[in-house]
Design a protein around this ligand. Structure first.
Ligand code: FAD
Length: 325
């Protein structure tokens, strides 16, 4: 009996959300009095695997198979299910990322498991097994009781801190059965914006809306984001108008994010926008209209014209950085 965590990588490198989910799963294993097995599939170099022990995995299963170098949803779900059965896992944990959201339901069916998608806290095991998850696009919580013997949980990025444990790494090659039917659907090519911070995982996000007037004014948004090491985001009308790519659209019909800091510039704060950003830990709103509804959800607000505020903010950050370099 153990807890199994699936360790996602991007281009052969583990993501920050992977360290969070390993730390989270290690604590569940600790609560259940068992150990944590980490599963890595694909292109991660063997030398990079021991880092998973640093966050609490006492055993690391490594699947190195040429057919599994690229993410294939059906095949990966089969491999994770096989590993879970081989390890006798009672809880299987994944990140609630684009891949994790696709894998978890398939995995739950294969393991006949109850699924909690979008967990934001450790389970409460004082009576049964209850997990708190985000509901109604982050506007509410739901405490879900899972009664199945095997449980699948996806953890929302940025909702659990990375905790170092430093166990000794025990790396074991795992050779799953791979069925050709699992490759009926394949991703042919993945084009990554390699130089940019990934929006779903970003700790800092600079976001802008229709108040920026047009795509030609996004230089200031990008400059501020670069200075802060932040990802860029936008409101729906901005991406609908092709001022920015759809991959930046946050909200009810876009990506849901929960960064430590969300800076909203020239965005009115419509309910559909808030649905995707309201679980941000700190929200800063810059808007020229003091009655903008976004100010009600803000931790800090600047009432002012973005075209006057942003150059001053950028200059102040540059000055701060040069003084504190
Ligand atoms: C079913 C449905 C789903 C939707 N899903 C989403 C979603 O996922 N995400 C989303 O964002 N929207 C979504 N919307 C749209 C949403 O209702 C709003 O229309 C949208 O969020 C408004 O975008 P905005 O704030 O950029 O633009 P606006 O509403 O036009 O607001 C612009 C803001 O900029 C301010 N401003 C103007 N000039 C300046 C300046 N110079 N300096 C500073 N501030 C300035 C204004 O005061 C105003 O508050 C959805 C709508 C529907 C019906």
């Amino acid at each position: 009996m153990s807890v199994l965590v699936y360790c996602e990588n991007a281009g052969g490198k583990f993501k920050k959300s992977t360290y969070e989910v390993v730390s989270y799963a290690a604590e569940i294993a600790n609560m259940l009095g068992t150990s944590l097995t980490a599963l890595s599939i694909g292109d991660v170099a063997e030398a990079d695997l021991p880092v998973l022990s640093k966050f609490g995995a006492s055993k690391i299963l490594h699947v190195a198979n040429d057919k599994l170098k690229q993410f294939v949803n059906m095949a990966y779900a089969s491999v994770i299910a096989e590993a879970a059965k081989a390890e006798g896992a009672m809880v299987v944990v994944l990140s609630n990322t684009f891949s994790g959201k696709g894998l978890a339901p398939r995995l739950a069916v294969k393991l006949d498991a109850g699924l909690v998608d979008g967990a934001i806290a450790l389970p409460d095991t004082s009576a049964g097994f209850k997990v708190r998850k985000s509901a109604y696009s982050g506007k509410a919580f739901a405490d879900v009781e899972v009664t199945s013997s095997v449980k699948v949980i996806t953890l929302i990025p940025n909702s659990y801190k990375v905790v170092e444990k430093s166990l000794a790494a025990n790396i074991v090659a795992f050779a799953p059965q791979i069925n050709d039917n699992s490759f009926a659907e394949m991703v042919k090519e993945i084009v990554r914006a390699a130089d940019k911070v990934s929006l779903p995982e970003a700790e800092l996000v600079v976001s802008a809306g229709r108040g920026m007037k047009g795509p030609e004014n996004w230089g200031m948004i990008e400059e501020l984001a670069d200075l802060l090491g932040a990802a860029t985001a936008c409101s729906k009308p901005v991406s609908d108008s092709h001022w920015r790519p759809h991959s930046e659209h946050v909200g009810q019909t876009g990506i849901s994010i929960s960064p430590n800091l969300y800076i909203a510039i020239g965005i009115s704060g419509a309910i559909q926008h808030l649905a995707g950003v309201s679980s941000s830990k700190n929200i800063v709103v810059i808007n020229k209209d003091p009655k903008s509804p976004f100010f009600k959800s803000a931790d800090y607000g600047i009432v002012g014209d973005a075209f006057e505020v942003l150059p001053k903010l950028i200059a102040a950050i540059k000055n701060f950085k040069s003084v504190n370099a």
